[in-house]
Design a protein around this ligand. Structure first.
Ligand code: FE2
Length: 374
């Protein structure tokens, strides 16, 4: 019986994903953005592409920390689509790249199910081997690239050269990999994109939060968590819901000028160490009231961590049937109140911190109010 089920699952997974390959941000100043992520988040230089490597109009800086790879890309000319993307959206996530065994098949399987092509399968090579890339569009101007790199030994991608900096050394902060990546979509658009992930990419809806779960006195949102077959890739989708005041999702949509990536959750095995490092390097986090900690252990039960460092650093805890998780959310990391990061450590829990939603969203609303957008 179990074998049959597994066979069925294997047959059903027409888009086997090996995880997140990289996250690419289109930004106004890639050189400075990459420096911020090195200094503040502890990423190490990895690879560079630009005029010196034969790319005349565009520069990209790739940085890495454990299994996390971020790329920061800027246009060198005003009439370039990347410049237009930044003009409209500000700095933001353009590409959620997914690692696959077969990029041509990934493109074929998804476009034949209604996915809109962004990039037809294309082989890029250099002396280190070849990479096959393909891609489809998702919400807003965001895209998924499929990256097949089994025949490539180079540092990052063809067209890039290795980038090292012998003079500026920075330790990492213990960030390991992308745990999940959340998209904000417009009013009543959540189910459209849930269907997209189900039908085009073979994902399934593993959790749903309605506006009763995620509401404060003032504002609300709804969310459905989509996961691929092996659970390596999880994309929650948020839409705004009616409340007395403006939903945080609406504020995002206003400033991003449409749907886009709201936050990327980065996993750590030691959140106290990671958050202490990030704070000491200037990363700003949302602050919940100190009273959150007064009855924390009554709410979540026994945990391995001491309460004092959690309270001192503002780290949140939530428990589900399988265990607990610790998490914390940064403030937006660019001028517009759009993209931010979540730092998460899972200790058995596979959920997303539902018990913290109210405290968190009240913290977000305090920030919204300061901006005059509540
Ligand atoms: Fe999250």
């Amino acid at each position: 019986m179990i074998a049959t089920l597994n066979e069925k699952t294997a047959v059903a997974d027409f888009l086997p994903l090996q995880g997140t390959d990289y996250v690419e941000f289109y930004v106004g100043n890639a050189k400075q953005a990459s420096h911020y992520y090195r200094c503040a988040f502890g990423f190490q230089p990895l690879a560079y592409a630009g005029p010196e490597t034969g790319r005349k109009d565009v520069v990209s800086y790739a940085v890495r920390q454990h299994k996390l790879t971020f790329v920061f890309t800027s246009s060198l000319r005003p009439d370039h689509p990347i410049a237009e993307h930044v003009r409209i959206h500000g700095d933001g996530v353009k590409i959620l790249a997914l690692k696959v065994e077969d990029a041509a098949s990934a493109w074929q399987e998804t476009t034949s199910r209604g996915g809109v092509s962004y990039l037809e399968p294309q082989t890029q090579q250099d002396e280190q081997g070849s990479v096959v890339l393909s891609g489809i569009c998702t919400y807003g101007d965001t895209v998924h690239l499929f990256v097949e790199r089994r025949n490539y030994q180079g540092t990052f991608l063809p067209g890039y050269r290795s980038w090292t900096d012998p003079h500026f050394r920075n330790t990492d902060t213990g960030l390991l990999y992308v745990d999940h990546c959340v998209g904000n979509v417009g009013w009543n658009q959540m189910n459209t994109w849930v269907q997209f992930y189900e039908q085009v990419m073979g994902f399934r809806n593993i959790l749903t939060f309605d506006d009763q779960d995620i509401s404060t006195e003032y504002s609300a949102l709804m969310s459905k968590v989509m996961s691929n077959g092996n659970g390596f890739v999880k994309f929650p989708i948020n839409e705004p819901a009616e409340g007395k005041k403006k939903s945080q999702i609406e504020e995002y949509l206003d400033y991003y000028q449409g749907a886009g990536v709201q936050h990327v959750a980065l996993a750590t095995n030691d959140i106290v160490h990671t958050v202490r490092e990030l704070k000491s390097r200037g990363v700003e986090f949302l602050q919940v009231p100190d009273s959150y900690y007064d009855d924390l252990l009554d709410r979540v039960g026994t945990i391995d961590e001491d309460l004092q460092p959690l309270r001192e650093l503002g780290i949140l805890v939530d428990r589900d049937e399988e265990g607990y998780l610790l998490q914390l959310f940064s403030k937006p990391v660019q001028d517009r109140p759009t993209v931010f990061f979540e730092i998460i450590q899972r200790k058995g829990a596979k959920s997303f911190g539902k018990g913290n939603f109210k405290a968190l969203f009240e913290a977000i609303e305090r920030e919204q109010e300061k901006r005059g957008n509540l």
